[in-house]
Write a protein that binds this ligand. Structure first.
Ligand code: G3P
Length: 342
């Protein structure tokens, strides 16, 4: 009987360990040890950028609270695949967390592109309220059905504007300018509508790209412009605020489902806390960075916002894969959000 109980408990422990995705290993001294589960987190952000700093804090906190059962390893600055390739790691079930633009999620659930479309939001809060809406919750469950568990859509890094060699006031000023954009159809179509010649390029190649005249400038947030030191090669910021710089944090549902309830709760809690912290730091630092950039000789220019708003109107009708009527749904939701804030 005793023997049977022992066999049973070993079998049960085995089932438990398989369920939480951890493996048991016997050491040289015959000691049984649970092997920790290592999850790689890949991001484009360089160490000097706040988003990278926040991700380190989040990962450290998770690793500390899970006491070695799960270890999240952060790889910054595109040391590991980013963008499309990073998403592919997630959907193929690798032990991987991808942190990148929502446009890459849009390759799997096209409507993600619609919720980060051009000129939609006036404030960070409006976007953050949108990510809590039923509309976006539905997108998250569509993503889950495709093997993508969304941990957060709230890692903001600021509204994106133009960084060029000349002042831009109206779309006509963009004519002939080769502007670096992330490799995304949403960005290509938006910048085209704004009057530029968009050129997709990895961010790591922009600094030399400007020096070698591959591109004339770029569009990006103050956090990116400051953190990557790209302001060293271009000095005119024109405040178009055309798109919101925001990262989605995703993991494979396959991997997620191997974690225990406790592990899932801790990971989710820390990413949620990290998002709040990251937004607070972004708001604070944007102001500080603007002053510092002005000190480095960067000029900030106001643009004719109405003219750019008009220029991008057609972008929303250029995505055949979007759910018909999605733009109207988004604007209705935004109206609700704005009214609730009054
Ligand atoms: O470090 C790069 C990051 O700040 C911005 O990247 O591709 O969104 O322009 P991207």
């Amino acid at each position: 009987m005793k023997k049977l109980m022992k066999v049973l408990s070993v079998v049960l422990l085995g089932v438990f360990l398989t369920a939480c995705g951890s493996k048991e290993k016997t050491t040289a001294t015959g000691e049984k040890k649970v092997e920790k589960k290592v999850i790689k987190l890949s991001t484009k952000f360089v160490e000097e950028e706040q988003s990278a700093k926040t991700l380190h804090i989040v990962a450290n906190k998770i690793n500390e609270r899970l006491e070695g059962k799960v270890e999240i390893q952060v790889f910054t600055g595109g040391q590991l695949p980013i963008g499309k390739d990073s998403m592919e790691q997630v959907v193929t079930g690798a032990n991987w967390i991808s942190v990148d633009g929502l446009n890459f999620l849009g390759d799997y659930v096209p409507d993600y592109n619609a919720i980060v479309g051009p000129m939609l939001y006036k404030t960070f809060d409006e976007y953050l309220a949108m990510t809590k809406s039923e509309l976006v919750k539905k997108l998250n469950s569509d993503a889950e059905a495709k093997g993508i568990k969304v941990l957060s859509l709230d890692y903001l890094f600021g509204f994106r504007s133009m960084l060029t060699g000349k002042e831009i006031k109206v779309p006509a000023d963009m004519k002939g300018l080769k502007i670096r954009v992330p490799n995304s159809q949403l960005y290509m179509l938006t910048l085209e509508a704004m009057g530029a010649n968009p050129t997709p390029l990895p961010f790591t190649e922009v600094y030399s790209g400007i020096q070698q005249k591959v591109v004339d400038g770029l569009e990006g947030s103050l956090m990116s412009i400051y953190g990557t030191k790209i302001y060293e090669v271009r000095k005119q910021i024109s405040l178009t605020n055309h798109l919101l710089g925001v990262s989605g944090i995703v993991i494979s549902t396959k991997v997620w489902n191997t974690l225990t309830e406790e592990e899932k709760t801790i990971i989710q809690e820390e990413f949620d806390k990290g998002a709040l912290y990251n937004t607070g730091e972004t708001v604070k630092l944007e102001e500080e960075y603007r002053k510092q950039l002005e000190g480095y000789g960067v000029k900030f220019n106001e643009v004719d916002t109405e003219a750019f708003n008009t220029a991008i109107v057609d972008v929303f009708s250029k995505f055949p894969k979007w759910t018909p009527g999605i733009y109207d749904e988004i604007t209705k939701e935004l109206k609700k959000i704005r009214e609730a804030k009054k």
